[in-house]
Design a protein around this ligand. Structure first.
Ligand code: SF4
Length: 201
């Protein structure tokens, strides 16, 4: 059994990389090895595109309407494979494709506008806002790119609004009321929907 494809609730999740440039305080990787119907989500090795496609092909999509790129790593660390897989799924399945991301794809992939490459392939993106400013973001997310990460994540979000039909940001409720209010304000100013997630330890 591969651990590239797993289900949680009524959605199919694709776990395509272990890599991530962050070390978030609330990262699920700190608490558990598995999610949904999957024992461990740690991949034995970084899967090739062919291995991901094989995993997709061997899963029965009947009855599922949504596929989410979201696993134990940051999906955009495998951006080329992510986009090829999304294209393959678009061609062969009738499902909506969502990406859950830390929004740091431009820094990870050393590119100006990775959101543009997602046009027509990704239907919805959920970006972890995590904090209302660069300093607080760094304290919570510990990104390897340092303080510039926050602005890069906001830029990615604004780019995504041009190319992806549904764009949302999320924060977890553990950041405190004051921070949540500031995040709400930031999202309102930028016309972005914000979801406050309950932290599950
Ligand atoms: S960006 Fe996601 S995978 Fe990476 S450390 Fe943060 S929560 Fe974990």
């Amino acid at each position: 059994m591969n651990n590239i494809v797993y289900t949680y609730g009524n959605k199919i999740y694709l776990n395509i990389t272990n890599a991530c440039p962050c070390d978030c305080e609330f990262c699920v990787r700190n608490n558990t090895d598995g999610l949904g119907d999957m024992g461990s989500l740690w991949l034995e090795h970084e899967p090739s595109y062919d291995e991901i496609r094989e995993a997709v092909d061997s899963f029965d999509f009947t009855g599922y309407t949504d596929v989410v790129f979201c696993g134990f790593g940051e999906p955009t660390c495998a951006l080329d494979k992510l986009l090829r897989t999304a294209e393959y799924i678009k061609q062969t399945k009738n499902v909506r494709i969502r990406l859950n991301t830390n929004g740091l794809s431009d820094l990870i992939n050393r590119t100006e506008n990775s959101a543009e490459r997602m046009a027509g392939l990704i239907d919805a993106v959920s970006i972890s806002l995590n904090a209302s400013d660069a300093e607080n973001y760094e304290k919570i997310v510990h990104p390897s790119f340092g303080l510039r990460s926050f602005d890069a994540m906001i830029k990615f979000t604004k780019d995504a609004q041009k190319y992806i039909p549904s764009v949302k940001m999320t924060v977890v409720d553990t950041i405190g009321e004051e921070e949540i209010e500031k995040c709400k304000k930031l999202c309102e100013e930028n016309n972005i929907e914000l979801r406050v997630r309950t932290y599950i330890s």
